[in-house]
Design a binder for this molecule. Structure first.
Ligand SMILES: Cc1ncc(COP(=O)(O)O)c(C=O)c1O
Length: 392
């Protein structure tokens, strides 16, 4: 069947909420994917920062195959070997004290909000969560409230109460927003959907101090930045401060849905038996995938690769004198190229020419490929970018 035939099926049957590109993908290998008509693409989007080790990585595939034949799912009434191993691994890597597994990013943020509120109430504070303009925290009811983008909230009222937004990187605004009601601040070390905007180091240090002063919980949403994306396992390692809670998802399972909420002992201790739960979260299959992803990142030195290749890509784009280029932002392989025009038509042109990328925040081209993408594949991304800009 052709791309169009599948798209007709989708249009007729699927809830029409995604503005999809006109292709239907069939299989992938490394950073290459093929559509159902056999056309090949370089994948510079990696499922929006999910396929960190590329498609079909042999170590991940083998581990999943083995786990499928052993145990895919059990209730969280029981423990599985992969869950115990993964919890230890993530606690060791993060320096935080406890972990809870979920199925997605939004669900991790929901869990983080619950832990923060439970802790805040236990010390006599209110439950308000403060986030930042340009942030993105998910599409469930509480996470659209945290995201604060009116477009995402419209028509879904009443929006859950207890959320407030202040300007990104503005410590004065953050300070004046704080009251006895404040439970937590939630922030992305680099805003992903918001256009690859980095946190200011002085600002975040002051925010950490502000939180310590008032016993407010600091949540880092590392759903997009975590698991090696920026060249460190967690992007906040660049900042020299630690959060009380960190959310993860996306790259953690390398394509198998899994999220995680990590928290320090202080806030974790507010959670009692029965306070939170999940059926699927942390099942043996998903945990086994995450263990394989972490193993691959270590054995293939992917943090270093992300740093080097990201820098290479930024340098390459910088020396090209691209028409309409305003700024190149980001760290490691989380790169935003801002132009002085809307980038959606550019992304469509690039797709026609065999590269998957993404437009975000209107005028930003987002490049978040697998951490092990080859230089040849990155060269192709550059060539296609140049050709596409010429034809726009
Ligand atoms: C920083 C951040 N938080 C939360 C989410 C929501 O994750 P999910 O789509 O898995 O629910 C995303 C997704 O893009 C994200 O980038």
């Amino acid at each position: 069947m052709t791309n169009n035939k599948y798209i007709e099926i989708d249009k007729k049957n699927y809830l029409q909420t995604f503005g999809r590109y006109p292709i239907t993908l069939d299989y992938g290998k490394g950073s290459r994917v093929w559509d159902v008509e056999g056309k090949e693409y370089v994948d510079a989007l990696a499922g929006i920062a999910v396929n960190a080790v590329g498609h079909n990585h042999p170590v991940l595939v083998k581990q999943l195959q083995e786990q499928v034949t052993k145990l895919m799912h059990i209730s969280n009434f029981y423990l599985s070997k992969p869950q115990a191993e993964l919890s230890k691994k993530l606690v060791d890597l993060s320096g935080l004290d406890r972990v809870f597994f979920s199925n997605s990013g939004a669900e991790s943020v929901e869990g983080a909000i619950k832990i923060a509120r439970k802790y805040a109430h236990s010390i006599g504070r209110g439950g308000e969560i403060i986030s930042f303009t340009g942030s993105f925290h998910g599409r469930t009811m509480a996470t659209i409230a945290a995201t604060g983008n009116k477009q995402m909230q419209e028509g879904f009222e009443p929006i859950p109460a207890g959320f407030k937004q202040v300007p990104f990187n503005d410590i004065k605004a953050a300070k004046s927003a704080v009251s006895k009601e404040t439970a937590a601040f939630i922030i992305e070390p680099i805003q992903g959907e918001g256009g690859i905007n980095s946190i200011d180091i002085e600002f975040i240090k002051e925010l950490r101090n502000l939180c310590d002063e008032h016993n407010i919980v600091l949540i880092f949403d590392e759903i997009q930045t975590g698991i090696g994306r920026t060249g460190k396992m967690f992007a906040h390692e660049y900042l020299g401060i630690k959060p009380d809670i960190m959310t993860l998802a996306k790259a953690l399972g390398g394509g198998v849905p899994i999220g995680a909420i990590l928290s320090n002992e202080k806030v974790s201790s507010a959670i009692n038996f029965g306070d939170h739960g999940t059926t699927f979260g942390g099942n043996p299959l998903a945990c086994s995938a995450a263990l394989a992803v972490l193993k691959i990142i270590e054995s293939e030195n992917l943090l270093e690769q992300a740093k080097e290749k990201g820098q290479w890509l930024k340098n390459r784009i910088n020396e090209l004198n691209l028409p309409g280029l305003k700024e190149i932002r980001g760290k490691g392989l989380m790169i935003g190229v801002e132009f002085d025009f809307e980038t959606k038509p550019l992304v469509e042109k690039m797709l026609e020419k065999g590269v998957l990328a993404n437009a975000t925040a209107g005028s930003v081209l987002r490049i978040v490929p697998a951490l092990n993408i080859t230089t040849d594949d990155l060269e192709k991304v550059i060539d296609v970018l140049i050709e596409s800009l010429k034809e726009l």
